[in-house]
Design a protein around this ligand. Sequence first.
Ligand code: BJ8
Length: 434
Amino acid sequence: MSKQDKAYYEEMWAGLGVDVPIHDQLIRGLAVLERRLHRKQNNRPEKIDYFNGVLSDLHGHRIAEMVDHKNQGGKVVGSYCVFIPEDLVLAAGAIHVGLCAGSSFPVQDAEKVLPRNTCPLIKSSFGYKLIKACPYTEASDLIVGETTCDGKKKMFEVLADYHPTYVIEVPQKKNERNQGLFAAELTDFKEQLEELTGNQITPENLKKATAKVENKFKALQRLFRLRQANPAPISGLDVLTITQIGFQDDVERFTRQVNELCDELAVRVQDGIGVAHKGASRVLISGSPMSLPNWRLHSMIEKAGAVVVCEESCIGTRLFSYLSNPAGASLEEQLAGIAKRHLSINCACFTPNQGRVEDVLRMAKEYQVDGVIHYTLQFCHTFNNEGVKMEQALEEAGIPLLRVEADYSDDDSGQLKTRVEAFLELLEEKKEKF
Ligand code: BJ8
């Protein structure tokens, strides 16, 4: 970044209410991490350059686009969960952004307000607001929460004292009645967005917005399908980062870039070019979401010579696997289609949630995995408890499983690394036997 850019950006961040010196520390830490993890990888596809560029300018160009939009009277809507339909926000003429929640940076400050024994994702998201270090949060005219897990639900009540907040009720079951309830919630949310933006959501603009969002989903589906090849044409760390970037980038630009990357990866697959050799162990990670910059587990696995080929996560398959397929053209039918799309997501906050176990069993075959790592964020009771069912199912299917629980600090890195390496050795031994 040139000195001129830096001065321009600093003025822009300050204008949003960001604490610039604190933010500077955050950005420097991120740059170090990216150099240490992403840049050290070998044999990356050329089209990864676009995503490298986004990562190194994470709070620059995209925030400038949002500020321009706001200066023209537009609004920005932030959220922390895949249950907030991006297409409704776009149809109201607003920008949607997935907010920062994956770093330990603001956790200590968050613990001055929230209980320590809270999931790090919740503490991180709240902490960013508290210390005003995230320009995406500060640019958001409205933060939209959801009633998924109890920790988040209660955090949003506290957050409302610091930032305009609106909470969508997500049902806990998935039957038809619950789909109707969620469609009614989305109708209320639509009205809220109309009030915020002064724009009306019509069947026409919602249809266009849904097409944009679902084209992004289709591009990500394509990217993940390419990872089913052996050798895998791209690292898990790169795909995780791309998926994370998709929560912040402009939807059409991101979709185009993912498709261009997929074109290159398709050639790699044809030519048998991979990021690791053909016999490298293939790992599926399933569980709590890994928000940017939660790259530790992927990096550990891939530095040890294995490759992550799929994430059954909201920063992974749960985000993009379902499309709305509205049965008709009216707004009501479109909202029903969107409600159904979201209630197809197998988040551990639902009960029962057998679909997630079935997904993992199916994906283990599709992605030719040698083992599964069940990842739970510390104090995430929903995913941790669901790990019991997952363990039983994978044992019955003869698929090796490692359950790990971690927070965002580096304190347990040594222990985690030892466990991961032992698991990968076990996978190697198992392959040698057969
Ligand atoms: S749809 S997974 S993004 S709620 S905050 S549940 S880690 S204790 S994030 Fe989630 Fe939506 Fe579900 Fe996906 Fe656990 Fe932490 Fe709760 Fe969390």
